[in-house]
Design a protein around this ligand. Structure first.
Ligand code: KG4
Ligand code: ZN
Length: 375
């Protein structure tokens, strides 16, 4: 967890200039801070502006965001196409691509914002969790900028950033429940404050996005004309629309385990076994696309959606029983790359309707890794 986090009073961020970190100010400091501004007409109000840099996995992203949450500029370079060709993320390849793109991406975000590095209030960068080689590129680039422009540095926890992104687009009060589902993560947590999280459940093995990516690879979906440039999860969602989930019966994982944890490895293996059996039946070689690929995509997506929805339902009831969440105004925030899946969102909607919760998802571009959430 980052030790120093931005402190907000309404929409105002307070910077502790001597320590070069954002910190909780005393009341007298707030009033002194407010007095230091000249609000007379014609005088430009100096907003605090933060540059955010994200390189934890396979996206090189940067954004400039002001203290009221306005996105002034953003840029992103996705490595998905390269990793699709190599059949998954190869960390040294990801590192090299981050190195090749980071300067351009940060420059693009700054140019779009019209802010020069000297006018930034701070530089925020993902420090964990993620691929060490990828994180290292963002960190050393940020270190360079911080030293060159003498700016404060804000270390960011990638999962906290995903969890709090919703507060850019919606007015969400603490506490709320968050479900983070991506290629690298799967967790359910009660968010009690900016850096106060209570973990309720996590995946015991792989994340749902990872499972989708592996199944999509085993189905050779990059060879499917409609899915060649899509991530595994996106390809599964796309194909599932054309399939019939009832053609395959895959039972949901952990249905006898009464907690909020998840598991996706079993689902991956069961699906792979069905693929091998179908390949034999259809007389096709591994590496060719099965005629039943869409039905399988629909079945695996449905089973994953049911599993995610059931665990989330249990977490909501658990929190409501303990009055950690309101019985009538509870909020469930769903984020991460897999949250852009509309079938999974629909399953979660059924759960939130049944528990009088409000379901909130950031727009798809803010669900996947991005620089805005870091800034
Ligand atoms: O959050 P993200 O951009 O990166 C991290 O993993 O942190 O999520 C990427 C993951 C990939 O595994 C991708 O297959 C999955 O999200 N994904 C989806 C969809 N779009 C992306 N999974 C299911 N349905 C989608 N539409
Ligand atoms: Zn992420």
């Amino acid at each position: 967890m980052p030790k120093e986090l931005p402190f907000r009073i309404g929409s105002m961020l307070i910077l502790n200039k001597t320590a070069r970190v954002f910190s909780k100010p005393s009341k007298s400091k707030i009033y002194a801070f407010l007095r230091s501004f000249n609000f007379s007409p014609g005088t430009r109000f100096l907003h605090k502006v933060v540059l955010g840099i994200e390189t934890s996995c396979d996206d090189t992203a940067a954004a400039v965001v002001d203290e009221t949450g306005n996105v002034l500029g953003e840029a992103i370079h996705s490595q998905t196409e390269v990793h699709l060709k190599t059949g998954g993320i190869v960390p040294p390849v990801a590192q090299q691509l981050h190195r090749e793109n980071i300067e351009r991406i940060v420059q693009e975000a700054l140019s779009a914002s019209g802010i020069s590095p000297g006018d930034l209030s701070a530089i925020a960068t993902t420090i964990k969790p993620g691929l060490a080689l990828s994180l290292g590129v963002g960190l050393s680039f940020s270190k360079q900028l911080v030293n060159q422009w003498k700016k404060p540095f804000i270390p960011i926890h990638h999962m906290e950033a995903h969890a709090l992104t919703i507060r850019l687009t919606n007015q969400v009060e603490f506490p709320f429940l968050v479900l983070l589902i991506s290629g690298g993560h799967c967790l359910l947590a009660l968010v009690r404050g900016v850096s106060d999280f209570l973990l309720l459940g996590k995946s015991l093995d792989i994340a749902p996005g990872d499972m989708f990516d592996k199944v999509a690879r085993r189905l050779s979906l990059t060879k499917h004309p409609e899915c060649s440039s899509m991530s595994g999860g996106k390809a599964i969602e796309h194909l599932a629309k054309q399939g019939n989930r009832f053609h395959f019966d895959i039972s949901p994982p952990m249905h006898r385990v009464k907690n909020c944890d998840f598991s996706f490895t079993g689902l991956q293996h069961v699906t792979e076994k069905i693929i091998t059996k179908k390949e034999k039946e259809e007389g096709i070689e591994k590496g060719q696309v099965l005629s039943s690929a869409a039905d399988l995509a629909a079945a695996v997506q449905h089973t994953a959606a049911c599993h995610i929805a059931k665990r989330t339902h249990r977490a909501i009831l658990f929190c409501q029983q303990r009055q950690w969440l309101s019985q009538s105004h509870a909020v469930l925030v769903v984020s991460g790359g897999v949250a852009s899946n509309f079938y999974i969102r629909r399953a979660l909607e059924i759960v939130t309707d049944a528990t009088q919760c409000t379901l909130l998802c950031p727009p798809p571009r803010l669900c996947t890794d991005n620089g805005v959430m870091i800034a």
